[in-house]
Ligand binder design. Structure first.
Ligand SMILES: [Zn+2]
Length: 126
């Protein structure tokens, strides 16, 4: 897999994790609604209220764990993306990734490296 494909893959995974966090939140809200409804209509629903309440509790637990799991997953992925962006700067001349270390010249083509990559755009680079 190329570097760009990996980054695209991580970004895609972040999006996916985000939608699952939202889905978990929706499940949580639905569960709460079920539970409240079951509590309000408890006297008229009888045994059905227990079933409804049970579904509500299940949805709350399910939604909460789904949200928490994917929120954690998402933050790990975002960290990976960040590390990827700072860890492997590419040479502007040959495009090869520069290994970690204090390189002032590209080890592949020998051209001077513009340091650092996080430099402000407005700054004079010469
Ligand atoms: Zn180079």
């Amino acid at each position: 897999m190329s570097e760009e494909a990996k980054v695209a893959y991580i970004q895609e995974s972040i999006k996916e994790a985000r939608s699952r966090v939202i889905a978990g939140g929706i499940s949580l809200v639905c569960g709460a609604v079920f539970l409240v409804f079951a509590a309000i209509a408890f006297s008229s629903l009888g045994a059905a209220a227990w079933v409804l309440g049970g579904i509500g509790v299940f949805l709350i637990v399910f939604g909460l764990s789904l949200s928490l799991y994917y929120a954690n997953e998402r933050s790990i992925l975002q960290l990976q993306l960040k590390m990827r962006a700072t860890k492997t700067p590419a040479c502007r001349n040959c495009g090869k990734p520069i290994p970690q270390g204090k390189y002032t010249l590209c080890p592949f083509c020998g051209s001077a490296l513009v340091q650092p990559l996080t430099q402000n755009i407005g700054e004079n680079q010469e």
